[in-house]
Each structure stands twice: as C-alpha cells, then as structure tokens.
Write a protein that binds this ligand. Structure first.
Ligand SMILES: *Cc1c(COP(=O)(O)O)cnc(C)c1O
Length: 423
C-alpha cells in the first residue's frame, strides 16, 4: 500500500515543524474565540473590520434565507443567478469604480478563472514572487509562460517585460492552442454544452498579464501599484490586482487599493474577496464589460460550479453599507496598528515593514515560530505561526492580524505576553 509512503512524508513534515493541523472553533469569529472549550484572545483572523459576526449581517442573512431559501441549486449560467447576486454585482462595480463586476465563489476560484480565461499557452504572465498561492496556481494552470520577479522589484519586472517584447514573437494559433483553454477534464453543466463546443477557437497573440497581490498576505506590505500600472501602459500589458487584504480597509470609504493609490485604468482587472474585511464569503472581479463577458464565457471556475447561496449576497449588501460607513472602524484599526508596532519595539524578532492590519513578527526557524505560537496559546492568546512553503525557507513568522473589533487593551495584552516570552 502506498500509505507507508504518505506516512513517511507526514512524519518528515512533523520532524521539520511543518505539519499543518486544524483547531476547532466553538464560537463566532471575533477577537475572543473559544477553541476546544477554552477561551482565547485571537490575532489571526482576516476579519479586519469585525463584521463576520455583526448583527446587521446576521439579520440580512436570515432575511435572505427566508426569501430565497438556502442553496442556489445551480450554476450562475443555468438558473442559479439570483436577484441578490445581481444587485450585489452592480453595487460592487460602482463601489470600486469599474464598469462591471462578476461574483465568484471564492478568491481562489476568481484568480484561477481570470488568469485561465485571459491568457494561454502563447502568452506570458509576470508575477511577484510573494504572490498568493492562488495566483501562482492560476498562472501554472493557464499554461502561459511564467516570469516571476523579485518581490516588489519593478526594475526587474521592467527588464522582463522589455525582453518579452524583443523575444516574444507572436505564435500563430494552431489547433492545439485552441484547446489549451480546456486542459482539464470535466463536462459543462446541462445547457452549457452547446455554448462551449460552438465557441470560436481563441486566437492568441502574445498577451501579457502582470499579476500581483495589492497587500501581500504574509508580509502586510503594499505592491507599488502606480509603478506597475506605468509599466503595463508602456508594454501594453494587463494588470491583475488581487486586493484580498485591501478591499474594505483601504481607500476612500474602504473602496480598496485602487482608491488608496488613486489609480484607474481599463488595463486594471480588479479582484476583491468578500470573506475577509467584508466578513462574509466569496469574491468578485471588476473590469471592463468585455473582460467580464470573456470570464462568463471562458472562466471555468465560474462556469462549472454552483452559485453561492443567494442569502450570502444579502449579507454582503448589508456589509457593503457598513464598509462604506466604516470610517470610524478603519480609524480605530489604524490606531491599533500604531499601538502594536510601538508595543513590539525592543523584541529580538524583526517587526516587518507593514502599515496594514497584517503585522508579522519574523522568527526565522520553523520550530521556534511554532514554539512561540504554543507559548502564547498557553497564555490564552492565539497567533498563527506561518511556515514554508507558505513563506520562503528561513522566514517562519508569527502572523499577527488586527481587527477593528480588538480593543487597545487586547493589543496591550499581546505586547506584554510577547515581551514575557523573551524574559
Ligand atoms: C485569501 C486570499 C485569496 C483567496 O480568497 P478566498 O476567498 O479565501 O478563496 C486570494 N488572494 C489573496 C491575496 C488572499 O489573501
């Protein structure tokens, strides 16, 4: 049986301090959680505005369930696209100042769908080395040529784009490349078969797509979006921005990283997630109509999956209101970030250069990071240790995340506990 082999691999991971395990939450997501019957002060959710357990969202979800029931029952293109989904798409597009938005079930699926629908075998994707795993998986699945640049190194990106202009001669579309878009098995849902098989073969002509996290999920620093956009203009490339950690938190009224940097462009394809600051579940892509039409027709992770429960869209409509009116929440979050950074001074571990709610403490060694996480847990504080391959070798860290639902006293308690670990 190949199980012996699997067991050996797991044992090996455990020996390296890399075994991943889950804990069972018995309360709502909030700064004060109950895990395995014990209460903890938690610093590891992405619920940046504290909306995941907000009474208005709970009510909107209940009302949505009463109106539409629970399951969507079908994919969006069959009969699963509900009024609440549609309303949410309209409001999301307006909110991030893009012509059209399209809901996906998750951010992971949105990234897979966008990249695979827009580029293929004859195209090139340029990606920051610290991008989220979903963007990495997306570019591999797309079969495009992949060029990764050092984290936030726009000079290297400029070189790579320039080289691709010089060497990246157009390849004539052939029979094979028209199939490249459907590299995996799986049949379309009922009613979608004709649409897919009658689809025009897709002509490719050396497209370029730059993809980046807006806020890097394990580091908390920001991408240089204006510089990236300039390069995309110069080299006629698209820019896919994954704003999982910026939507709801940054920009005017929480409109996200585009608003934060004051950039707009038809080249930008914006992906925001709805399970982090928005406190619910799901994701959306906002872009030009022609991009969205392309996704509806080609994004496999959009087409071949059941729509999310329509009641979630009701909760998200309520969440959007709270986000738009959430300046006080964002100001409180910002003050907690400053307080924490001050409180972490004098520790032997490097505080990383982040101005966001993601405040990693660089430990280095995997086992050391795990031990620290465990010692904090013994003190009733929950902070996740993040280890390779999520982050590069030798950069294991405690990923502290703050939420507007934390109090100043919560942050003080964490800082005191960390200083006690040194003593
Ligand atoms: C969380 C995250 C995703 C995935 O979003 P889900 O909705 O959780 O699937 C994508 N990109 C980044 C940068 C993320 O942090």
């Amino acid at each position: 049986m190949p199980y012996t082999e699997l067991q050996n691999e797991l044992n090996q991971r455990a020996a390296l301090g890399l075994l991943r395990q889950r804990s069972i939450l018995q309360s709502a997501q909030s700064p004060h959680i109950v895990v395995d019957g014990k209460s903890y002060l938690s610093f590891c959710s992405n619920d940046y505005l504290g909306l995941a357990n907000h009474p208005q969202l709970i009510r909107a979800l209940q009302q949505g369930a009463e109106q539409y029931g629970v399951g969507a029952g079908a994919a969006h293109l069959v009969s699963g696209h509900f009024h609440s989904h549609h309303q949410l798409e309209l409001e999301l597009a307006t909110f991030v100042d893009k012509p059209v938005a399209l809901l996906f079930s998750t951010g992971y699926m949105a990234n897979l769908g966008v990249v695979q629908a827009l580029v293929g075998k004859d195209d090139t994707v340029f990606a920051d080395k610290f991008n989220h795993a979903s963007l990495n998986d997306a570019m591999l699945l797309s079969r495009a040529t992949v060029k990764r640049y050092r984290h936030n190194d726009v000079t290297q990106l400029a070189q790579l784009l320039k080289q691709s202009n010089e060497h990246g001669k157009y390849t004539a579309p052939d029979a094979e490349s028209s199939h490249a878009r459907f590299p995996l098995s799986g049949s379309p849902p009922e009613g979608e078969r004709d649409k897919v098989s009658l689809r025009e073969p897709h002509v490719k002509c050396g497209r370029k797509l730059v993809i980046t996290d807006a806020v890097f999920s394990m580091d908390g620093d920001l991408a240089l979006l204006p510089e990236l956009l300039d390069l995309c203009e110069q080299h006629d490339a698209w820019l896919l921005i994954d704003d999982a950690h910026g939507f709801g938190v940054f920009g005017k009224q929480g409109r996200g990283s585009l608003s934060h940097f004051g950039i707009t462009s038809k080249r930008i394809i914006y992906m925001g997630t709805l399970g982090k600051a928005a406190g619910v579940f799901g994701a959306f892509v906002a872009a030009e109509q022609i991009v969205i039409d392309t996704l509806v027709n080609h994004a496999r992770s959009y087409i071949y999956t059941t729509a999310t429960p329509p009641a979630l869209a009701n909760a998200l409509l309520a969440s959007l209101q709270l986000i738009a009116n959430g300046d006080a929440l964002r100001a409180h979050l910002q003050s907690l970030i400053s307080q924490l950074r001050n409180g972490l001074r004098g520790l032997p571990w490097a505080v990383m250069p982040s101005a966001t709610a993601i405040q990693p403490l660089l430990v280095g060694d995997n086992q050391a990071a795990l031990n620290m996480s465990n010692e904090l847990r013994e003190r009733g504080i929950w902070v996740a240790a993040i280890r390779p391959p999520t982050v590069p070798q030798g950069t294991a860290r405690l990923r502290i995340t703050l939420s507007a639902a934390h109090s100043a006293a919560d942050v003080t308690r964490l800082a005191v506990a960390l200083h006690e670990l040194v003593a």
